[in-house]
Each structure stands twice: as C-alpha cells, then as structure tokens.
Design a binder for this molecule. Structure first.
Ligand SMILES: Nc1nc2c(c(=O)[nH]1)N[C@H]1C(S)=C(S)[C@@H](COP(=O)(O)OP(=O)(O)OC[C@H]3O[C@@H](n4cnc5c(=O)[nH]c(N)nc54)[C@H](O)[C@@H]3O)O[C@H]1N2
Ligand SMILES: Nc1nc2c(c(=O)[nH]1)N[C@H]1C(S)=C(S)[C@@H](COP(=O)(O)OP(=O)(O)OC[C@H]3O[C@@H](n4cnc5c(=O)[nH]c(N)nc54)[C@H](O)[C@@H]3O)O[C@H]1N2
Ligand code: SF4
Ligand SMILES: [Mo]
Length: 693
C-alpha cells in the first residue's frame, strides 16, 4: 500500500518564506503548493518554489561534510564524517580563542524569523559578533525608516488589499517577487487601485502599471523632493495627521523651496507636469496610499536620504498605521500573548562590544557586514580570526570577489553552512551541508504583522545525503565548544516545547494549518494613540538620532555622476526565475534562463555599432567579460542592466558553469563603498565600458 501524507511547511527556495503544503508518497516529495490556509497565497507558488523538487533530487549539491585539502578555493576537498568536521572546527576555535579571546569569532547570517538559534549560539560562545545580510539589501531603507519612526523597514507592513494608489520606485514586484504580495497587488488593482511605477528600465511591473515613469538612474531623490514641494505648496497633505504626529515640518518646508517640478524635470527626465499630476493623484487617494520603501534606491551614495524621502511622503499623505497604507508590525505581546521563549534567555550576556561599535567615521547602527572585511584586514579594534557563514553567500553578494578573498585569507578559520556549493562555501575551510528545507525542521519563528503568527518549518522527508539541520549543527558545535549546558536539546521537539512553554500553544496546534495565528483581526493602534519609538515619540522629519550623530536631517540634492559615450552605469536586479546566485544550476530554472544578457538602449547601441544579439565586451578596472546584447528602447541611455547571480565558477555545478556574467565582479574597488549615513553597500556606483566584441 502507498504511504502518502501532506506536510505544512515553509519554502526556502528564496528568503520570502512562503507557506507551503508538501505532498509525500512513500517518503518521496511529489508536489509542492502554496499553503491553502494563507489568504493571498491559497495554493500559488512561484517558478522557483515549484523547482524545489528539482533542487531536492539534484546530485549537484553538497552531500557530506567537506574539509579543505588544498589552497583556499582550489576545489580540493576531503570527505569527512560529522564528528571529524565538528572536531576540526572546535579544535581550531579553541586555538583561536585561547590566543585572541571569544570575541575573535564572528557569524554572518542571512537573517529572518529563525535567527534566535544563531544569535543564541553566538551568545553561548561569548562573542558579540553576530551580523546579518542587510547592508547588501535594505540597510539604508531600514535606517531611514528608523530615524523617522523608530521602527525598521520590515516593521512597516504594506496593506495592499485595501490601498488605492501604489507607487513603486524600482520595486519590481512582478519579477522580484513575493507570491502573496503579487496576488494582493493584483487583487487591489482589480478593485481599482492605481499603480505608478518608476524605473530606469521597463520591467514586467512597468507593463502592468497605470503610469510608468522612466527615470534617469540615481535621481529618485530629486523626484521625491519635487513631489514634497508640490504637496506642501498646494497643501495636499493630510493636515490633521501631520499636525498631530510630525516634528520638523517647517524645516522641511524651507528645505524643499528650490526643488520645484521644473527643476526635477531637468534632473530626472520626468516632465514637470507628470510630477504635479502624481502629487495630486496621491492626494486624492490619501491616506490609502503606499509608496514602497523599496531596495533599489538603497544602493547609491545618497540612498539613505532618497529612501527617507519616500517615508516622508507616506507620512505627509497620512498613510501610516491606517488601512490601505503602512501598518506597523505587531508581535505576540501586541496580541496579548506570551512571546516564544528565546533559546538565549539563560545564557549570560556578552560583555564585549561588537567590533564596529566605535569604528571611526561609522554610519548609523552596528553589525555592518562590510565592516567585517575592515576588521579582518586591520585587526582594529581587535582581531577577528574565525568566521561562520550561515545561509549566506558573502562572496556572491558583496562587491569585488577578489578583494573579498584576499581579506578572507587573513582568517584562521572560515566555515560555511549551506545547502548548495556557494562561492563562499567553495572558499571555506569546512563546508557543512545543512539538510534541505524539505528534509528538516527549524525552530519556531514569529511572523510579525498586522495579524502576528507563530510559524513552523516542518520536515517532510528524510535527508537524502549525510546532512544535518541547523539546530543540530549548532547544538553539537556548542557542546564541542564546552557550552553544551546552554544547548541541552536532543530533538527539535525539545526545542519547540521549550519555545512554546507558557504560551498556551502546543506543537499539535500547528498540525491543522502549519501556523498558529495570534490575532483574529488586524491589530491597529488608534489614530490618536500612535506609538513611535523615536526619542520624541513622533515622526521625526528633523531627527534627533541624526543630529546627535552629526548627520543632516535634510541633505541637499547632488546630481549623480555623469556617464560618457560608451560608458554606462551598471544596474542589476532579479528575474522571476532565479534567486540571487543560488538557483542558476537548478535543472528546471536553468532551462528557463540559462544565462543573463546585457540590456542596452537602442540609440546608444546604434552609436556603438551594436545590434540585438551581438556579443559585446564589457569591462571595468581591468576586469572584462563577454555577454549577449539585448538592444531595446526600454532602458534609460545612461544605464545597462544584467540579471544578478550568473557567472558561476564552481565546476561541481555543471549546468551553470561559466554561463553568463557576474555583476559583482565588475564592482571592483567597491567593497567598502557605502552610503555614509545608512551604511548600505553602494553597488550602483559602478560604471562599465561596453564595446562590440
Ligand atoms: N551585485 C549584486 N549584489 C547583490 C545583489 C544584486 O542584485 N547584485 N542583491 C543583494 C541582495 S538584495 C541580497 S538580499 C543579497 C543576497 O545574498 P545571499 O543572502 O547570499 O543570497 P541567497 O540566494 O538568499 O542565499 C544565500 C545562501 O544561502 C544558501 N541557502 C539557501 N537555502 C538554505 C538553507 O536552507 N540552509 C542553508 N544553510 N543555506 C541555504 C544558498 O545556497 C546561498 O548560498 O545579495 C545582495 N548582493
Ligand atoms: N525572483 C526573485 N524574487 C526576489 C528575489 C530573488 O532573488 N528572485 N530576492 C528578494 C530580495 S532579497 C529582494 S531585496 C527583493 C528585491 O526587489 P527589487 O528591488 O524590486 O528588485 P531588483 O530586481 O533588485 O531591482 C528592481 C529594479 O530597480 C531598477 N533600478 C536601478 N536603478 C534605479 C534607480 O536609480 N531608480 C529606480 N527607480 N529604479 C532603479 C532596476 O532597473 C530594476 O528593474 O526581491 C526579492 N524577491
Ligand atoms: S517567492 Fe517563490 S521561491 Fe520564494 S519562498 Fe515564495 S514560493 Fe518559495
Ligand atoms: Mo535582498
């Protein structure tokens, strides 16, 4: 008789973490679909999520622990047992910490709702150096949001279903996708919501928008200053909300006087009348408007301020903590429930400071992943000699791979824990294979939002190879490091029971839907008793945090660097079929998009004698590569574009080996190039020469 079961779990083909249902027959995963109990998801999955089965049954992924047996990156490995590999790590760590103390260990993590495990692990090792990936993602947006509201970017939840007007700045929602968001936006549009899309390239999202504004790259700040100018001059803002909740309106008013729509037209290429029309349309729809904080504006030098201007616009339109706008995320406590117990509760606090706490010339916040390279190189303020990289591919996701490798060479120990052969894994001393998301359970996470919930990734099938789940890897490591008393767990159920203790919720409560909702209805603060976590408790246009750190609250606009004939700004982004540099070798996804191409404006291409489909040579700072040109009118003449994540150099991944180009490789000298205030990586300050090959 066939043995079949359905398991509710969480996708991990990208970090959006859609809830899924997995159908299993005789221990084999046969089908994956979106969790039918999640509104806005109801069965749907993206191409990458569906390709989870191809990933699961692929042989071209790590199958056992591997210890380096040649130069770093040489690809020479020896197969190890778990005991051997973990002993190797523990012995090295002991040597390192005997010499340099426990703070010489750092761990970089992708982030997300399950990080209590890795954070507690670092606490158990008595090191303050836990970092996440956000510098390369939305750090500037996050910091901008913090200085205005006291909440971070992921605390501002977009209430798509109830909105009337959506504005997206290079937020390519229909390709760089989150399944639930796509469905909710499409539903809102069917109900009449308008979509304004701003990009230097016509994407799939542009094709679905009511209004598409092609913008000169790097000039969104100018557009926003002009929008603010019109909204204030014409008194289009939400007067009640602003009067009650904002500090610094007068200062903003005088700051934007010179930034008229006519001025912005010259900077952005967007006609002044379009800017005025947009301001008026937004005012008509207020407060049910969403101007998405985005990511792509967060990758220039002045991104902190352009991101900040987006949140200022939302505030002026009154769209904060209201239906159809940006709702502040709520957790268990807001739903009058006891939060999950942290695995770190009983571990003593770490006394040492994180390495970039007092770094000279530092941007806002600490734990910036780019600073790890500075510390490894300079050993200031103290040496960091061992690095764990968990669920993160540093070398593929920060600029200038060669500069990174050079810095990493100063480490005594580099360990990657991954489900694929990542670039960082390939350069590591030890590569530990985690069981895939279908083969393992994770600790329980809290999904904050208007309706908070506890979420569970649950094992659907047995591991195919000699891998282990993260909870077990970190538990064993803690035990080998003499910190076993803080990780006494023998099974994931032990951990779940500990996390849930006192919450009134049991493991079985996850059986019905895969998650446990903590609130029936969206939790909204009353319009008159909003709580902002800024020093003043208000939305701080003039920010006390910024002023205290000697940064401006309003930064005068500066034009982006000019390009010359044949030299273009290298822009990049995602496509619907791939996750960063992770999925290019997936059997199905590789078939859908085996390599990337270079988008180039048709007039520019003509001047350079380049025709559609020609092979072109692109170069920057001595690095060059060949790629197929995609000649189109739908990209701004200053920019060229390629999908991120190609150019795999790991021979074990045969399908994607040496296919397409890697955008990061052109960002030479940019490793430490960051927005001075937000600290996010300025990837987009990259210029390349294009000529016919
Ligand atoms: N040039 C350039 N650089 C970029 C970007 C760009 O577009 N262009 N994008 C930036 C952005 S927005 C981001 S968020 C970062 C993303 O950069 P990363 O976080 O490095 O990318 P991911 O694809 O999310 O995967 C990270 C690693 O996690 C591994 N992984 C996946 N699932 C699991 C799992 O279940 N367990 C374990 N242990 N490992 C797993 C993958 O195999 C991969 O090696 O890159 C940034 N860097
Ligand atoms: N399929 C898929 N979906 C994903 C991911 C994935 O890897 N694959 N990753 C997830 C992650 S980690 C993230 S951070 C998000 C990213 O989501 P997005 O930021 O929406 O995605 P990107 O594709 O990186 O970039 C979007 C656009 O920014 C444009 N752009 C470049 N410069 C400018 C500019 O100066 N102004 C404006 N207005 N636009 C500009 C580019 O032309 C590009 O079309 O996607 C998430 N969703
Ligand atoms: S967006 Fe696609 S790949 Fe990412 S979690 Fe959702 S289904 Fe999986
Ligand atoms: Mo990201």
């Amino acid at each position: 008789m066939e043995d079949t079961k359905s398991v509710y779990s969480i996708c991990s083909m990208c970090t959006v973490r859609c809830a899924i249902k997995v159908e299993v027959e005789d221990g084999v995963a046969k089908w994956i679909e979106g969790n039918p109990h999640v509104p806005g998801l109801e069965g749907s999955l993206c191409a990458k999520g569906s390709a989870g089965l191809a990933f699961q049954y692929d042989t071209e992924r790590p199958q056992y622990p591997m210890i380096r047996d040649g130069e770093r990156g040489s690809g020479k490995w020896r197969m190890a047992t778990w005991d051997e590999a973990l002993d190797y790590i523990a012995d090295k760590l002991k040597e390192i910490t005997d010499k340099h103390g426990s703070k010489s260990i750092a761990l970089v993590d992708r982030g997300g709702p399950f990080t209590d495990l890795t954070k507690s692990f670092m606490k158990a090792l008595n090191s303050p150096n836990y970092l996440d990936h956000d510098d390369t993602c939305g750090k500037n947006t996050n910091m901008a949001c913090q200085t205005l509201f006291g909440y971070g970017r992921t605390d501002m939840i977009y209430d798509w279903p109830n909105t009337k007007h959506i504005v997206l700045y290079g937020r390519n929602v229909f390709e760089s996708l989150m399944v639930k968001e796509v469905n909710s936006i499409l539903d809102a549009m069917e109900k009449g919501a308008k979509l304004t899309y701003i990009d230097c390239r016509a994407t799939v999202t542009a094709s679905k928008a009511d209004r598409f504004l092609m913008i000169k790259p790097g000039t969104d700040y100018a557009l926003n200053l002009a929008l603010i100018n019109v909204i204030l001059n014409e008194r289009l803002y939400n007067v009640d909300f602003v009067n009650k909740w904002v500090t610094g309106l007068t200062e903003l008013q005088s700051f934007v006087i010179p930034y008229t729509p006519e001025w912005a037209e010259k900077e952005t290429g967007i006609p002044a009348q379009e800017i005025i029309n947009l301001a008026r349309d937004l005012s008509d729809a207020k407060p049910k408007v969403i101007l998405h904080g985005g990511w792509m504006l967060a990758r220039y030098f002045d991104s902190f301020y352009s991101s900040r201007s987006i949140y200022i616009l939302n505030t002026l339109l009154g769209s904060i903590e209201t239906k159809g706008g940006l709702i502040i995320a709520k957790g268990a406590k807001d739903a009058s429930k006891k939060p999950l117990n942290s695995l770190g509760t009983n571990i003593p606090d770490v006394k040492d400071k994180i390495f970039d706490a007092d770094m000279p010339g530092k941007s806002l916040g600490t734990g910036h992943v780019v600073n790890i390279y500075k510390v490894i190189k300079t050993e200031e303020p103290y040496p960091v000699r061992a690095l764990f990289v968990y669920r993160y591919d540093l070398i593929a996701s920060l600029p200038d791979p060669e500069a990174q490798k050079k810095a990493l060479d100063n480490l005594d120990l580099l360990v990657s824990i991954d489900v694929n052969y990542s670039k960082t894994g390939w350069y590591s001393d030890v590569l530990l294979p985690e069981s895939t998301y279908l083969e393992r359970s994770n600790i329980i996470g809290t999904q904050t939002g208007p309706k908070p919930a506890f979420i569970m990734r649950r094992q659907a099938i047995l591991p195919r190879y000699d891998s282990k789940p993260a909870w077990e890897i970190f538990t064993l490591l803690a035990q080998k490091m003499g910190a076993g008393q803080y990780f006494p767990y023998k099974s994931i159920e032990d951990i779940w029971n500990y996390q849930l203790d006192g919450t009134g919720i049991k493991i079985e409560d996850f059986n019905a839907k895969g998650f446990v909702s903590l609130a029936k209805e969206a939790i909204l603060m009353g319009r008159n008793d909003l709580k902002f976590k800024t020093p003043s408790g208000k939305v701080e246009f003039v920010s006390q945090t910024l002023e205290k750190n000697k940064f401006l609250s309003f930064k005068p606009y500066e034009s982006p660097k000019k390009t010359e004939k044949g030299i273009f700004r290298l822009t990049f982004g995602r496509c619907g079929y791939h996750t960063h540099a992770t999925t290019q070798n997936n059997l199905y996804l590789n078939e859908l998009m085996p390599e990337n191409v270079l988008w180039i404006n048709e007039d520019e291409a003509k001047d350079l004698g380049i025709k559609n489909g020609d092979i072109v040579e692109v170069s920057s700072n001595g690095y060059s590569g060949k790629i197929k040109a995609y000649v189109t009118p739908f990209i701004h003449p200053d920019a060229v574009f390629m999908v991120h994540g190609f150019g795999n150099e790991i021979p074990m991944k045969t399908r994607s080996y040496k296919k397409g180009l890697n955008d990061n490789a052109f960002q030479i000298g940019q490793l430490e190039l960051v927005d001075p205030v937000g600290g996010g990586t300025a990837f987009l300050e990259c210029f390349i020469t294009v000529k016919k090959a």
